[in-house]
Design a protein around this ligand. Structure first.
Ligand SMILES: [Ca+2]
Ligand SMILES: [Ca+2]
Length: 227
């Protein structure tokens, strides 16, 4: 049994017990939107970089983002200028993930953290927290993905569109599951009808080793090689 399946199994067990699956995040710094210097096109990154030779695109020149390039392995990669839009207007959040066999991921790592200004008042109260009016959504490939048809150990997460194999959690303890009533994403949007995107970042904070992330789609933006 591989790590991913173990995590999914653990999550399913937690669901059956009726408890939320709040990941065991390490006590590590988080990226903050106010720290982003929007004039810098290279992004807002810590211990992560585009590397060549490992990618879902294949080939010697293909690239992906390596999280945990140096030790310790805490890492993030933030997406600047993808914010202030309505949650309900998001059409696409997708990415492909590859976990080397030597890497150990604990619950919730790696993931996208999608910070929502849920009450749309122009501020985000989860930082430093606790969240009162706003919320953080955890988009976790361990609970929302399918093996990539192209193989190679990659898994593909379609957080906005997966109709069958997707569970999404948030910091309020809500669990959204794709089933006959709709996608996990549609239920998330219904829970926060006024929400606007505050910030989003890719993060690994409970991982020993590295992870690779490729073919990230945020609405019409597509990240598959170094910008
Ligand atoms: Ca707010
Ligand atoms: Ca790529």
């Amino acid at each position: 049994m591989n790590i991913k399946k173990m995590l999914v199994g653990t999550a399913a067990g937690a669901l059956m017990l009726g408890s939320s699956i709040l990941p065991a995040f390490a006590d590590a710094p988080r990226p903050h939107r106010p720290d982003v210097v929007t004039e810098e096109p290279a992004g807002y990154v810590y211990n992560a970089e585009w590397v060549t030779g490992t990618s879902q695109d294949g080939g010697a020149k293909g690239q992906s983002i390596q999280l945990g390039s140096d030790t310790p392995d805490f890492a993030y990669y933030a997406f600047q200028n993808w914010w202030d839009q309505k949650l309900s207007d998001i059409t696409k959040i997708r990415a492909s993930f590859l976990t080397p066999t030597t890497t150990v991921n604990s619950g919730g790592s790696p993931r996208f953290s999608l910070e929502l200004d849920a009450d749309a008042n122009g501020s985000f109260d989860c930082e430093p927290g606790p969240c009162v009016n706003d919320v953080v959504v955890y988009l976790d490939p361990a609970t929302c993905s399918d093996p990539a048809p192209s193989g190679g150990g990659w898994i593909e997460s379609d957080f906005t569109g997966d109709k069958t194999n997707c569970v999404i959690n948030d910091s309020n303890g809500n669990v959204y599951t794709s089933d006959a009533d709709g996608t996990a994403w549609s239920k998330l949007v219904a829970e926060y009808p006024d929400a606007k995107v505050w910030f989003m970042f890719l993060i690994q904070d409970a991982t020993v080793g590295t992870n690779y992330v490729d073919r990230i789609m945020l609405d019409s933006a597509f990240f598959t090689k170094a910008p």
